[in-house]
Design a protein around this ligand. Structure first.
Ligand code: DQA
Length: 147
């Protein structure tokens, strides 16, 4: 089983970026943490980040035929990106949306997700464990539907 983990804008700054909201782990340490979890499940993961909306769209498009599913933290694009939503629809791969912070506890503009309605589900507010929970959710889904 192969899973793509996609990270959107400003997540490369984790560690120093608003640690009260996002914790003190860097994206690199979250990547290592997730690799260990994936190894336990015997899942192969690729972990990527981009600050550019079009690059995220291209990575989603290119996932078709290569990966069995996608875990995505679209970051601020969650709330704005019809292009990422359309790319998820287009590739017809199961996608789990995750967030480090609980977007529903924050400013009103973060309560809306353009992408969640085209995902299997959304996991939000568990810090770096949102990545782990997203991985388990997608893994179980893929096993259940025999993908
Ligand atoms: C985020 C939440 C978004 O609202 C925000 O723009 C981010 C990070 C999260 O993981 O909590 O950049 O996706």
């Amino acid at each position: 089983m192969k899973i793509l983990v996609l990270n959107g804008p400003n997540l490369n700054l984790l560690g120093t970026r608003e640690p009260d909201k996002y914790g003190s782990d860097t994206l690199n340490s979250i990547e290592k943490f997730l690799y260990r979890e994936a190894k336990n499940l015997n899942v192969e993961i690729a972990f990527e980040q981009s600050n550019i909306e079009g690059e995220l769209v291209t990575k989603i498009q290119q996932a078709k035929g290569v990966y069995d599913g996608i875990i995505i933290n679209p970051a601020a694009y969650t709330h704005t990106s019809i292009a990422i939503r359309d790319a998820i629809l287009a590739v017809e791969l199961p996608v789990v949306e995750i967030h480090i912070s609980n977007i529903h506890k924050r400013e009103e503009f973060r309560h809306i997700s353009m992408t969640a309605p085209v995902c299997i589900g959304q996991i939000t507010g568990f810090g770096k464990n949102s990545y782990k929970l997203g991985l388990i959710a997608l893994y179980d889904y893929l096993i259940q539907y025999n993908v």
